[in-house]
Design a protein around this ligand. Structure first.
Ligand code: BES
Ligand code: MN
Ligand code: ZN
Length: 484
């Protein structure tokens, strides 16, 4: 039987995890039910304050819990937990420090610290990638709210589930998540929530003259795919969709510009943008966000072989622009170029692309945030607002002509796929993409920095692929659909 966790609504994502972990890993527990609840930092009299539901539990055990809390040591700090055994009804009761009551938006940290996110924190915190082992994996703890709650709880679960779905797609080894498998997986999951999925093949891409996309897939024996997904949530099925475009490189060796072997396995997650698009669509459909959304995902491997693109080769993209490929490891922008141009050919409200595009983004931001480039202040502000709510943050970078010059002032072709530098690798990559969006309102998220989690930087996401910033995207779409 799965272990069962009951959660009291508390006010921070961080706490699901630490508390949940003590249950998830405990082997001494005979009964299998635990309780997690929140504790605010002290009031003027130096007392910690249980959440309202926490107080009700405390009353039901004749105040035993509050006595234990008081006698167990110093006031619990924000994000720290303490586990108590022997209370009636549960094998263990964990108390998580929530910090001061009534926290709000912190403009230095760009985060709203006063929000309730127990469902998200708990469901993200207990999840871990379980690969194909011959021995059956231990079931993950089942989480339920302690008291009946409204849609807030189920909305939080839907968001966390979507992120966990993206994490699974990203962490799955590349031989088990080829373009073909990814496409099938997306179709099977999305068809259940009423999202239409078309799977285009190589011939389709050839007919569309997607020479830039096809130049990347040449070196691989795995056939490419191009996913086109449609969710109609608006009352008018003709209202302009938000188009989400995701980089779907199911493995990035670098191609002939081969990457060094250390940590190359991480490049199984180079389809993180694609995973975020599919997961976001799943959540949008589950939550019935009242807008139309289209998802476009070019999928391929980037491999070296006798047929692979060679440094210096020149190819022609769908929009007719010629590209000199001086580094075959800068492949993400090549597959996105055709996908963005394809997106820009149909009416749209905004095009948002997501891509694990440049290692330079991690140099800039570490794992703190994803980088954003946009030609629209309005869309940027909407996304930033969303990220303050979810805690999965974004930070804006420039799209100056300075960088466009660095990828366009070359003798042999219209564009070069790497910038002249020095430096600015994330910005030249974005400037390259800008050449393919026409007049569309557009936002590019470089999510390379948040692709994986070290297990310590973000306390509620264990080590592995992170599925970030799916919840921010969902929140952004909900805002476009009219929610605050
Ligand atoms: N997929 C990588 C970027 C990446 C690196 C994402 C590490 C996550 C972790 C991308 O295709 C790439 O190789 N980019 C190059 C660009 C360079 C050749 C201009 C990079 O970042 O080194
Ligand atoms: Mn690459
Ligand atoms: Zn890549």
């Amino acid at each position: 039987m799965a272990q069962k966790l009951l959660i009291l609504r508390s006010s921070a994502r961080a706490f699901g995890v630490t508390s949940a972990r003590s249950f998830g890993t405990s082997t001494q527990l005979k009964q299998k039910s635990g309780l997690v609840l929140g504790l605010y930092a002290e009031d003027e009299s130096g007392q910690s304050i249980l959440t309202p539901a926490g107080k009700r539990f405390d009353q039901s055990v004749d105040g035993q819990l509050s006595k234990l809390i008081q006698s167990s040591g110093p006031v619990l700090k924000k994000g720290k937990t303490r586990v108590f055994f022997g209370l009636p009804g549960y094998s263990a009761v964990a108390v998580a420090g929530l910090g001061k009551k009534g926290l709000g938006y912190n403009d230095q940290e760009n985060i709203n610290e006063g929000l309730e996110a127990a469902a998200e924190g708990a469901n993200l915190g207990v999840w871990k990638y379980q690969g194909p082992k011959s021995k059956k994996a231990k079931p993950l703890p089942v989480i339920e709210p302690f008291e009946k709650s409204g849609t807030n709880w189920s909305n939080g679960v839907a968001k966390a589930d979507a992120q966990n779905f993206a994490r699974r797609l990203m962490d799955t080894p590349a031989n088990l998540m080829t373009p073909t498998i990814f496409a099938q997986e997306a179709a099977s999951v999305l068809s259940k929530v009423n999202v239409e999925v078309e799977i285009h093949d190589q011939k389709w891409a050839e007919e569309k003259k997607m020479g830039s996309f096809l130049s990347v897939t040449r070196g691989s024996d795995e056939p490419p795919r191009f996913l086109e997904m449609s969710y109609f949530g608006a009352s008018n099925s003709l209202s302009k969709p938000v188009v989400l475009v995701g980089k779907g490189v199911t493995f990035d060796t670098g191609g002939i510009s081969l990457k060094p072997p250390g940590k190359m396995d991480e490049m199984r997650a180079d389809m993180g943008g694609a995973a975020c698009v599919v997961a976001t669509l799943k959540a949008a459909a589950t939550l019935k966000i009242p807008i139309n959304i289209k998802g476009l995902v070019p999928l391929c491997e980037n491999m070296p072989s006798g047929r692979a693109t060679k440094p210096g080769d020149v190819v022609t993209a769908m929009n007719g622009k010629t590209i000199q490929i001086d580094n075959t490891d800068a492949e993400g922008r090549l597959i996105l170029a055709d996908a963005l141009w394809y997106a820009a050919q149909s009416p749209n409200r905004v095009i948002v692309d997501m891509a694990t595009l440049t290692g330079a983004m991690t140099v800039c931001l570490g794992q703190a945030a994803a980088g954003v480039f946009s030609n629209s202040n309005e869309m940027w502000e909407e996304l930033q607002k969303a990220s303050c709510q979810t805690g999965d943050r974004v930070w804006r970078f420039p799209l100056w002509n300075f960088y466009t010059k660095q990828i366009s002032e070359i003798p042999g072709a219209d564009l070069n796929n790497i910038g002249k530098g020095p430096g600015g690798g994330s910005c030249t990559a974005a400037a390259f993409l800008k050449e393919f969006v026409g007049d569309s309102v557009w936002m590019h998220l470089d999510i390379a920095s948040v692709m994986s989690s070290s297990g310590s930087e973000v306390p509620y996401i264990s080590k592995g692929m992170a599925g970030r910033p799916v919840r921010t995207l969902i929140q952004f779409l909900a805002q476009l659909g009219g929610s605050k």
